[in-house]
Design a protein around this ligand. Structure first.
Ligand SMILES: Cc1ncc(COP(=O)(O)O)c(C=O)c1O
Length: 364
């Protein structure tokens, strides 16, 4: 039922006949950086977390997490939310009116993987702009702004994603982001960042988290991607904005009670797992180089900037078939386009796992 058009590959993500491998074989799971399992130490801090009722506003661990993350980004306030999807959609909802137009990259998560959230939750008209590597430039924004005219929708929002998942973990150029901010100022547009993997952009560029995110009115960051928490995202902005988001979170059904149990994992993740992302980036390059040497794949090395590797499958091979074959050897990756497969590096995949994965794929 999902098999339609260029997104056909999405219907076939995990073949049912999996786990066809020798039981003792280690599974090397590179489908996503969301597959990480909490470490022993993370589980320990979860088990011993102080908790309260966060809907009543007195869960000390959530309060500590929100304060800590707000501090990291030099923002007035932060709100813990269950998912990046909810974080993004709340940010759009709180800052918009139905019928406004949102500009974003054609491949962005906010539109393509959040189940039509912008239209369902906020009544936004979405204008998808084709970009090279995820960057909707200042010129593109300027050209897309419609005239103030009785007949036209009001172009009022821009959303960017950094690093950009679908473009292969690419990092948006910061000087261009600043130029987009200037256009937003000139035309009164709201500027949102889906910073699910902003941590990766920070580690790869050396730019600080506040520097990367200051141009945006609202930011949503994920704790459950490369940082390795089992759940949770954080929305950042002014105190007034965050109070509106808190109300909206309740409306979304995202008010949670003794949620310090999982916020503790998020706190552990931001305190311990940011700098180590450099290892994932190095492993991503290692995998990309290794895969590129195989006849089966072509890799655009210039796009391997962080922890994601997108490979083109050569010849008549279909990504779903190749993933299925890899699965039989205990290596997992995702079909990610009509001819593409995505490998994502994370804290549960070591350098020796990469070597082993390349060996198994090579022998396949
Ligand atoms: C770029 C980006 N934004 C947002 C999300 C949504 O996060 P969640 O799965 O927590 O809803 C994801 C998830 O993979 C993502 O890759």
């Amino acid at each position: 039922m999902w098999e339609r058009g260029c997104f056909q590959y999405l219907g076939n993500v995990v073949p049912a006949r999996r786990f066809n491998y020798i039981p003792a074989m280690k599974i090397i799971d590179m489908r996503s950086d969301t597959v990480t399992r909490p470490s022993e130490e993370m589980r320990r801090v979860m088990a011993t977390a102080e908790v309260g009722d966060d809907v009543l506003g007195d869960d000390p661990t959530v309060i500590e997490l929100e304060k800590y993350v707000a501090g990291l980004f030099e923002r007035e306030a932060a709100l813990y939310v269950p998912s990046g999807t909810m974080g993004n959609q709340i940010c759009l909802k709180v800052q918009s009116e139905p019928g406004w137009e949102l500009l974003c990259d054609r491949q962005c998560h906010v539109v393509n993987y959040e189940v039509a959230g912008p239209v369902v939750h906020s009544g936004l008209l979405v204008n998808l702009i084709t970009t090279e590597r995820g960057m909707v430039t200042a010129e593109m924004v300027r050209e897309s702004i419609r005239p103030l005219n009785l007949h036209c929708p009001l172009t009022k929002m821009v959303a960017l994603e950094n690093s950009h998942n679908h473009h292969g973990g690419t990092i948006l150029p910061q000087d261009e982001i600043i130029k987009v901010r200037e256009v937003c100022n000139e035309f009164g547009l709201v500027f949102h960042l889906d910073g699910a993997r902003i941590w990766n952009a920070h580690v790869a560029t050396g730019l600080s988290l506040p520097e990367l995110t200051r141009p945006f009115d609202s930011v949503s960051v994920c704790l459950s991607k490369g940082l390795g928490a089992p759940i949770g995202s954080v929305v950042l902005g002014t105190r007034e904005f965050i109070e509106k988001c808190r109300r909206e979170r309740k409306l979304f059904g995202g008010g949670m009670r003794q949620v310090g149990i999982i916020a503790a994992a998020g706190l552990y993740a931001v305190r311990n797992n940011i700098e180590r992302l450099a290892e994932d980036h190095a492993n991503a390059r290692f995998m990309a180089e290794g895969l590129n040497e195989l006849d089966l794949f072509n890799v655009d090395m210039s796009r391997v900037e962080t922890n994601i590797v997108i490979v083109d499958v050569t010849g008549d091979n279909s990504p779903a078939d190749v993933c299925s074959k890899m699965e039989e050897t205990g290596v997992r990756a995702l079909p990610f386009g009509p001819k593409q497969i995505r490998f994502v590096l994370h804290l549960d995949v070591s350098r020796s796992d990469c070597e082993e994965a390349l060996k198994r794929i090579g022998e396949m």
